[in-house]
Design a protein around this ligand. Sequence first.
Ligand code: SF4
Ligand code: SF4
Length: 263
Amino acid sequence: MNNINIEKLRKFAEKFVEVEPDRLGTEGWWLTPLLAAAPVDQRFEQLPRIAANDHLHPNDLLSTAKSVIVFFIPFKKDLVKENKDGDRPCRNWGVAYVQTNDLIGRLSQALSDLLAEHGFKSELTPATNNFDEAKLMARWSHKHLGYLVNLGRFGVHNMLITTAGCAGRLGSLVTEAQIGEHPLINSDEACLIKVGEDCGKCMKACPVEALSENDFERRECWNRLNENRDTLDYLSDLPESTHVCGKCAAIMPCSFLNPVASL
Ligand code: SF4
Ligand code: SF4
């Protein structure tokens, strides 16, 4: 009954993402997803310090939670390349954002259903909309959870760099199942600047100079995402929540891999 393990969860996620283009009748935007897990232990007590001060603990979502699962769905190179040109996101970047949020929601639910079939409860949070617009911080940050379960490391662009890069989106859930410790990244850092190498390409690419080596101007970035949604005609039919830019992830040394791994 309860023989669920990381391999089954990973295979399940891979299959789910693989068939999504057929379900939509399109070519799809996605590469093979990554999935990491870790036991609910004292590391998660850091969340209020390293993320938002009102960030939830996994046991706030599910008091009996034993594991945190975080997955990353990478975007195909063609999409990321298309978003490179100019200072504004391309339409496909917006469409991919919307479709990926939907995919993340359904994959999270499907993983939860799979765990339930094995006798374990799970709890989910939405891919977006757990965000405090005053503080510009999430009360459930997939990025910080991804860092703590060793799915990736933060770049100076404030995104998580995984072994499949940073150009993609994250989802997470907590579960009663004891999945164990299954990291995917081995290096302490994955951003070139953080290991003393020359880079900073993401900083140069940001159209509003929101990025610097030791700081992230959240307000500047957030204003830009809203401006893009509100002023670009070709995004106007997409949901109000289509907050996109992505210039700092577009064809960077860390877009599709962990550049520190090959140093
Ligand atoms: S583009 Fe360079 S400096 Fe920016 S996050 Fe990636 S590796 Fe780090
Ligand atoms: S998403 Fe856009 S505005 Fe925000 S930091 Fe990246 S490049 Fe700058």
